[in-house]
Design a protein around this ligand. Sequence first.
Ligand code: SF4
Length: 381
Amino acid sequence: MPADPARLGLYVHVPFCEAKCTYCHFAIDPHRPDDARQERYGRALRAEMEAAPAAGADTLYFGGGTPSLWAGARLAQVVDLARRRFGLPVGAEVTVEANPADLDAAGYRELRDAGATRVSLGVQSFDDAVLAEMGRLHSSADSVRAVERARAAGLANLSVDLILGWPGETAARWRRSLEGVAALAPEHLSLYVLEVEGRTLLTHRARSGALDLPDDDLVADLYRRTVETLSALGLERYEISNFARPGFESRHNAKYWADLPFVGFGMSAHSYRDGRRWWNIDTFGGYCRAIEERGPAAAVAGERMLSPRERAEEALFTGLRRREGVDVVAFQAVHGMDVLADYATGLAAPFAAGLLERCGSRLRLTDRGVLLSNEVFQAFV
Ligand code: SF4
């Protein structure tokens, strides 16, 4: 059942982590996730959800941070609230991001009983030395055990995250990662090409010249081979970074790529509805204090109404991330923009370079264009 375009996607940010990964630039609480902090955050989060304008929703995504630290009662409270406040149907897609070492067999059963239908595991690599360099607190054996436990609990929709292009990447090492994926047989995979950016330990090391980053050609070659290998495993690319067996595409993330509304709760969460974007305070103390002292509306740090043109351009960028691309006829009907005519000058180069193609009324990235998508998107600026 595809997501209903008239209903919201709900995002809930759980900002706690046991330790900071060396590549991480997400908004997390830097303190130890003790019970008092988690309880305080949960109260603020639920107050924010209670105060949100009434609307129907049909997906819920717990991201972070490490939502698996919330397995059990806290997670169940939020799912119940989403059902009551937003009419989230029983059986709707409820995704929980999890670190492989966090949950025992009972923990996965608690996730299932709380309403989770989909688990996204931060596997990242099948090389234990790489996992240690990443600052991950799990081993490749933990990833195997996590999948076994999730399956034993009856969770039949599993996604794994992998990072391509870690320092010292080689074809042999990456092949072992893909063999690891084959053994886990997930329904979905998210593939992230490492970007050394933001204020991370990895960026610091890169600046001091201490990183042996793989060159772009090797990464491009490994990406191409990955697409082929995953396809042979039944996992087809349906978005630049995402692969799935038919029917297991992420319904929640599809809303982001299809210009559909979503509302986020918790520190740093972003929302988009009726052309308005807004985002929350991105520190633990700032977020909790704002709600405790001034009420749920004070969690919002900023907002912006997009102009019709900005809205169209964002829809174009996100739409082109999908394998199916953008139907330019339908796009014009919604946004009043003739993409091929309006951007004729800018699009000439990516067409000539074989990065973009027409397929009927659809405009989409070619396989080469996927690897050089930033170059293509420049054509629209
Ligand atoms: S577990 Fe995720 S959110 Fe937490 S530090 Fe690592 S990458 Fe960042």
